[in-house]
Design a binder for this molecule. Structure first.
Ligand code: M6R
Length: 600
């Protein structure tokens, strides 16, 4: 979603800010802006709708590069997509410039109470915040005090990451955060503030993660941080371990394809991390397994693709660890909490670790005193920090909005965790080695899926994925992949439900993909495929080797049946990719979507 970058004390601010915004593009946005200053009275304020490249063109034409500045990519919440609503927002007296991630719940009320005589130029809650800072400064407060006062007026549920520049102190950045990530970057040739450390890796790899309630004053050679009680604090810094190349596309045309291909390597990396040389489990502390063993029920909470991975993980926890498991959509659970068991244990699944819906649930259940584990790709994220325990997904940066390798990683880590609590009945480590080989074998057959996409989806407006049992769970993810990037309306369906209504949607040529990897229901599923074929559907069966029959569209290599989701999802990811490419759409950045959904 929205992204923040800021630098001070550098020789040229603009290149750092534009590169930073480019690195944040994957998160999704619809406008961008930058404010630059040089400490000697010169400044530039440039905003643009659309892509960062359009902002860059405008900024480069302007020519001013500054030595400090703040910049932002905005994903519209309050107010439509327009230059006026893009950030930075500035105060009416042209003194303060502010970028903001998050939502100010009581902005209308604040406007009515404090800003009746100010003419607003945007529809954003952020403009209210910057006008308030200007008002309090005009009344005689220091910038720090005015910034604090504005923050103190925000309703308790408001979320924010703020970065402010006062034109009268052009080398100082004022930053504050609550429920929205913000980090300070440290270097010998200038300091930075960013909502995502990877955006600033061209300047530094050393960062301080600000905590909720922190206010930081960042100067070229000095950083001062105050906690919620306004006490000076020393926050530890950490060194980012990713390589700049990890966030590059390399020779790939799109991140999504690179990330699909990385799944074999990710599988090996996860197995290598969680299994020792002799097959012993490692990296999952006893504190986690002991706490889970005390529980009478697991509650997996997640959103989107991560929710779908949870539906697969449920099977491992129930079957191997004998732990009843419920899987919940975070945005539903947050406001309609079901009746819980006596000793619940919560697992939050998330690629980003920043999903606002999941954070809301974590907040709620912490208040009720329940233990929680977050399994996330981005360690040090809010969900990992705020849960009692955290385990890494180790998938490496996932940049494409459509999640692929994080899904397989989530299934893998859940399988390994369940095996730590119980008994899979086979050598999981050895089987995962086989899974990695077979994922590679499937991704090596890209032309097959490109052809299927061309045969099935060129002119279609709708499609179906069917399955039973674990295949039904994968069908949901397969459908999400196809619809979110190709805009083909796709339903993932438990095949047995078809005859209870949905089969009426099947017409001549409707593409129906069936995932057939579960022996118990293979016969029934073939029957359901025959029923839709008899009504005109164009059917494609992706069957595991043991269950395949002549005429199936693709034979998936055979691994342990419970691990087949790790293979069955790959064709669906590739079909989604090629169908989208054929429609000449931006595979990595589908419309209206953000990579990290940090608002509820
Ligand atoms: O970062 P998270 O895993 O918590 O994100 C949850 C969903 O927003 C995410 O999985 C989304 O559905 C995918 N990007 C879709 O491919």
């Amino acid at each position: 979603m929205c992204g923040i970058v800021g630098v001070t004390g550098v020789s040229k601010a603009l290149p750092y800010l534009l590169q930073g915004l480019q690195k944040l593009e994957y998160r999704g946005y619809d406008s961008a802006g930058v404010y630059l200053t040089d400490g000697a009275g010169q400044d530039a304020f440039i905003k643009e709708k659309g892509r960062v490249s359009q902002l860059a063109a405008k900024a480069e034409k302007n020519g001013f590069e500054g030595t400090a500045g703040i910049a932002h990519t905005r994903w519209a919440t309050h107010g439509n997509v327009s230059i006026e609503n893009a950030h930075p927002q500035k105060s009416a007296d042209n003194r303060f410039y502010l970028v903001h991630n998050g939502v100010i719940e009581n902005y209308q009320e604040l406007k009515d109470i404090y800003l009746n005589n100010v003419t607003l130029v945007s529809q954003t809650d952020t403009e209210i915040a910057v006008q308030l800072v200007a008002k309090f400064a005009a009344e005689g407060m220091t910038t720090e005090a005015a910034f604090r006062k504005m923050i103190s007026l925000l309703a308790g549920n408001s979320a924010y990451g703020f970065l402010l520049i006062d034109q009268q102190e052009p080398e100082t950045l004022y930053a504050a955060k609550k429920k929205s990530p913000l980090l300070v970057g440290l270097s010998d040739h200038g300091n930075a503030v960013t909502s995502d450390a990877t955006a600033m890796i061209d300047l530094t790899k050393e960062f301080i993660d600000l905590q909720d309630g922190d206010l930081a004053i960042v100067k070229p050679d000095q950083v001062t941080i105050y906690d919620e009680q306004e006490q000076k604090v020393d926050r530890p810094s950490f060194t980012l371990t990713i390589d700049p190349e990890d966030t590059d596309k390399g020779a790939y045309p799109y991140y999504m394809l690179k990330e699909i291909d990385e799944q074999a390597v990710v599988t090996r990396k996860i197995a290598g991390h969680y299994f020792g040389e002799n097959g012993e489990l490692q990296g999952i502390g006893c504190a986690i397994t002991d706490k889970m063993a005390e529980a009478d029920r697991l509650y997996i909470v997640a959103a989107g693709t991560s929710y779908h991975a949870g539906l697969v993980g449920k099977r491992y926890f129930e079957q191997w660890a004998n732990l009843p498991t419920e899987v919940h959509i975070a945005s539903e659970f947050a406001y309609d909490q079901p009746k819980l068991s006596d000793k619940p244990f919560f697992i939050f699944l998330s690629q980003s670790g920043e999903t606002a819906d999941s954070r809301e649930v974590l907040d709620n259940i912490k208040k009720q005193g329940y233990p929680a584990l977050t399994i996330a790709n981005v360690m040090n994220s809010t969900l990992t920090r705020e849960a009692d325990f955290a385990l890494p997904l180790l998938a490496g940066p996932e940049i494409a909005v459509a999640s692929t390798k994080a899904y397989t990683a989530q299934i893998l880590v859940q399988a390994i965790l369940a095996s730590a609590l119980g008994e899979p009945g086979f050598d999981l480590k050895a089987e995962l080695a086989k899974v990695a080989v077979e994922i590679q074998a499937i991704t090596d057959e890209k032309e097959v899926f490109q052809q299927i996409a061309a045969d099935a989806l060129t002119d279609q407006r709708s499609a179906f994925y069917l399955g039973r049992g674990l295949d039904a769970a994968v069908a949901l993810e397969a459908a999400l992949k196809l619809k979110e990037i190709s805009y083909i309306q796709t339903e993932g369906f438990a095949a047995g439900e078809l005859k209870h209504g949905t089969i009426s949607l099947i017409e001549e040529g409707t593409p129906v993909f069936a995932l057939l990897t579960q022996s118990k229901t293979a016969g029934l599923l073939r029957g359901e495929v025959a029923q839709v074929a008899a009504r005109g559907a164009k059917t494609f069966i992706f069957a595991s080797k043991d269950l395949a029959k002549e005429g199936d569209a693709f034979v998936l290599p055979q691994v342990q049946e419970l691990l087949m989701p790790l293979l069955a999802v790959i064709p669906a990811q590739l079909i989604a990719y090629y169908a989208t490419l054929a429609r000449d759409l931006d595979v990595d950045r589908p419309r209206n979507l953000a990579k990290s959904v940090t608002v509820q």
